[in-house]
Write a protein that binds this ligand. Structure first.
Ligand code: GTP
Ligand code: MG
Length: 212
């Protein structure tokens, strides 16, 4: 069996209201985004083997800033606010999406957006709209299915299949897809290996490339 990917250090760096206040050292950034409660913070903790790094909430919609974590002294993992949480006011939701649109389209060191999608539910318009927008803007992204717990395998299999079907209505090819469960510790190495590969390419002078 292949060795697990090592995360030798993972430290919280800062929590900022917009990207202009983020770190200025231009290390590659991987932004984790998804609907509120999709399991972003849990995934961050699983990737870094640190149960306490990101705040896992029982109240949805808690993460409201860009949270920067420095991994292995070489790249940033950015935990973003969740979208589509109905109990926030309209203005607040609008502000969040504006903040994220600016981050995605202006942040030079943004390397890849990891779009988290709950594998247990039907395809959601908000997820599909974000993916469509990222594609149109040529912003590199991958899809990370969350909560793909083993005990729900047949259900998540059906949901994932219908999500792919939705994507293929507008796309000729699917972007890279990852399947994760923090409950069953699934998908950690695959995701970290992908990030390592992209970082290697960047180091070798490769340009970040769009998925489309
Ligand atoms: P906000 O920051 O509040 O938007 O939430 P988040 O996307 O960071 O989600 P968080 O990691 O806080 O998890 C939300 C809920 O989902 C918690 O109750 C977690 O325990 C649960 N959860 C996270 N990952 C999994 C998983 O793989 N399987 C299952 N069954 N539950 C999970
Ligand atoms: Mg969170």
């Amino acid at each position: 069996m292949a060795k697990p990917v090592k995360v030798s250090s993972a430290t919280f760096v800062c929590s900022v209201p917009d990207h202009t206040q983020g770190p200025k050292d231009r290390k590659p950034e991987y932004a984790f985004i998804g609907r509120s409660n999709v399991g972003k913070s849990s995934l961050v903790n699983m990737l870094t083997n640190n149960g306490k790094l990101a705040h896992v909430s029982s109240t949805p919609g808690k993460t409201r800033t860009l949270n920067y974590f420095l991994i292995n002294e070489s790249w940033y993992l950015v935990d973003l606010p969740g979208y589509g949480y109905a109990r926030r006011s309209k203005e607040e939701r609008g502000e969040f999406s504006q903040m994220m649109i600016e981050y995605f389209s202006q942040r030079e060191s943004l390397t890849c957006v990891m779009v988290l999608v709950d594998a247990r539910i039907e395809p959601q318009d908000s997820d599909l709209e974000l993916i469509e927008w990222l594609g149109e803007e040529g912003i590199p992204f991958v899809i990370v299915f969350t909560k793909a717990d083993l005990k729900l395998k047949s259900k998540t299999g059906t949901m994932i299949a219908s999500f792919k079907k939705e994507l293929l209505k507008n796309w000729e090819e699917l972007p890279p897809l990852f399947y994760t469960s923090t409950e069953d510790k699934i998908g950690r190495d695959e995701l970290l290996k992908y990030i390592e590969e992209v970082n290697k390419e960047l180091k070798n002078g490769g340009k970040k490339d769009s998925n489309k």
